[in-house]
Design a protein around this ligand. Structure first.
Ligand code: PMV
Length: 307
């Protein structure tokens, strides 16, 4: 049984989303994680995940290892006892710790492949709930946006604790994604923003409100198909992320370079401090912006359509 899940970008609202403000995220189908589960003649559950240099039997993994936790939680919930002998192969083209949803995508692919192999088809809602539990290991206090967009593989307007809202894209638009090549754990940036918030809640609630307003406005523009107006909103959102201390010199360099080469707006996407930058481009500027990002130090560039 094989299953796969896409990567994702956050278009607007990261970090503020942890504090109940809305955020917009979209799948990136050019990158994905894949899990394959089959019966094994060798006793035990053997996991092969070359991207994270893992080839081990389940019981030799640390109890809080995310892959081990996915399997233990799932088997427990499905009432699988004793565990069968299985071979699990995990492959991913999503760079880790770079804000593209690699952890959530691996979890979703693994949950679907394992449950499918064991004859328990899960609903998207169930897959999402399992994946959220694992996100807590990756992120500390996650909002749940990553697992949601990756599970449903559709653009989502996300407010923590509210029913999932899949939003309509009035007119598809192009995003260029540039990778700083710096991996930065989301857990740390989320923790640092919490420290700021703890020290001055009034100030940061105000900043999060502004981010939330941007995300809400962006949703209306996307639904109406007036996406060129998203450019300035992206840049405003990036300024607020800088204020939250989650940008970095490398990110700012790519954001500036994208804007200079004709992007309508650009911002970091995800946890920040490293990871990826996204730039909104008119179709005819795509190549120019992609090339400029590469010349400005982007380790890789992905061009994707939000549709
Ligand atoms: O996984 P990342 O790096 O794309 O970050 C997720 C977005 C945050 O808002 C920073 C954290 C969260 O849980 O929502």
């Amino acid at each position: 049984m094989k299953a796969s899940a896409p990567g994702k970008i956050i278009l607007f609202g990261e970090h503020a989303v942890v504090y109940g403000r809305p955020a917009l995220a979209a799948p990136v189908t050019q990158i994905h994680a894949e899990a394959e589960v089959s019966d094994s003649a060798q006793a035990g559950i053997w996991i092969d995940a070359p991207n994270v240099e893992l080839h081990a039997e389940l019981n030799t993994l640390a109890p809080d290892d995310p892959l081990a936790t996915v399997i233990h939680n799932l088997f427990f919930q499905l009432g699988i006892d004793p565990f069968p002998s299985l071979k699990i192969s995990i492959r991913s083209t999503i760079p880790v710790a770079s804000g593209l949803g690699s952890g959530a995508s691996v979890s979703v692919a693994l949950i679907r492949a394992c449950s499918g192999h064991l004859g328990h088809e899960l609903t998207d809602e169930e897959v999402n709930a399992f994946a959220y539990e694992i996100e807590k290991l990756h992120h500390g206090t996650p909002s749940g946006i990553d697992n949601t967009v990756v599970t449903y593989a559709k653009p989502v307007y996300f407010i923590k604790g509210r029913p999932i809202e899949i939003f309509r894209v009035g007119r598809p638009f192009t995003i260029v994604i540039g990778d700083t090549g710096i991996s930065a754990p989301t857990k740390e940036s989320v923790r640092d923003v919490r420290k700021l918030w703890d020290a001055d809640r009034e100030k940061w609630e105000g900043v999060f409100d502004r981010v939330g307003e941007i995300a809400a406005k962006a949703k209306t523009l996307i639904e109406n198909g007036t996406w060129p107006e998203l450019g300035p909103l992206m840049s405003q959102n990036h300024t607020l992320l800088q204020e939250m201390t989650v940008s970095s010199p490398e990110i700012d360099k790519l954001v500036k370079a994208a804007e200079k080469s004709g992007a309508l707006g650009a911002k970091l996407s995800g946890g920040g401090r490293g990871g990826n930058v996204i730039a909104l481009v008119e179709p005819e500027r795509t190549e120019a912006v992609a090339n400029t990002l590469k010349e400005s130090g982007a380790q890789r560039v992905i061009i994707t359509m939000i549709e």
